[in-house]
Design a protein. Structure first.
Length: 170
């Protein structure tokens, strides 16, 4: 049996995939890989919003939060989702659920809340929404166009979490 190369199959069959620049495809695939590693190594294969909150609270109480690690990604998220005193259309595209602490997300993105614990949590919630919107099909509605920076910043934050809190042995 001859196996098809996955990338070639995706280009041939997935609407819009062939139009994505190679860098966009790479950012997307890196994010998927890093998310699954994060879920396995940090979330013990059970990522849920309440468990994400619990992890951030655990790091905060233990003094190992390292909120500064997330500043670059959080600043990107703030520029993308809150501009000129209002939330952008992109913000509503996150599809925040009631369990995703939407008021906290609004307060941090609009700089009403600068608490380090909350800043880290909101960065992780935004990444959680990227994961959900991607894995449940929402991001395909616009064929992944314009997502590279989202996935690059999300991946950067995930790598920082993994470096500090993952079990990255041999």
């Amino acid at each position: 049996m001859r196996w098809r190369v996955s990338r070639q199959w995706l280009i041939a069959h997935v609407p819009g995939f062939s139009n994505l620049p190679t860098k966009d495809r790479s950012a997307l695939m890196n994010f998927v890989f890093l998310w699954t590693l994060f879920e396995a190594q940090v979330m013990e294969n059970r990522a849920q919003i309440n468990r994400l909150v619990g992890k951030v609270d655990e790091w905060n109480v233990s003094g190992i939060l390292h909120a500064g690690d997330f500043d670059r990604s959080l600043e990107y998220f703030r520029r993308r989702y809150y501009r000129d005193g209002a939330f952008t259309d992109n913000f509503f595209g996150l599809n925040l659920r009631p369990t995703d602490h939407p008021q906290l997300v609004r307060d941090v993105l609009s700089r009403v809340n600068e608490n380090p614990r909350d800043r880290v949590l909101v960065a992780i919630i935004v990444i959680w929404r990227y994961r959900n919107n991607l894995f449940h099909g929402g991001k395909w509605s616009y064929r992944m166009i314009g997502q590279r920076q989202n996935f690059l910043h999300a991946s950067d934050a995930l790598m920082k979490v993994l470096e500090r809190h993952g079990n990255l042995g041999d």
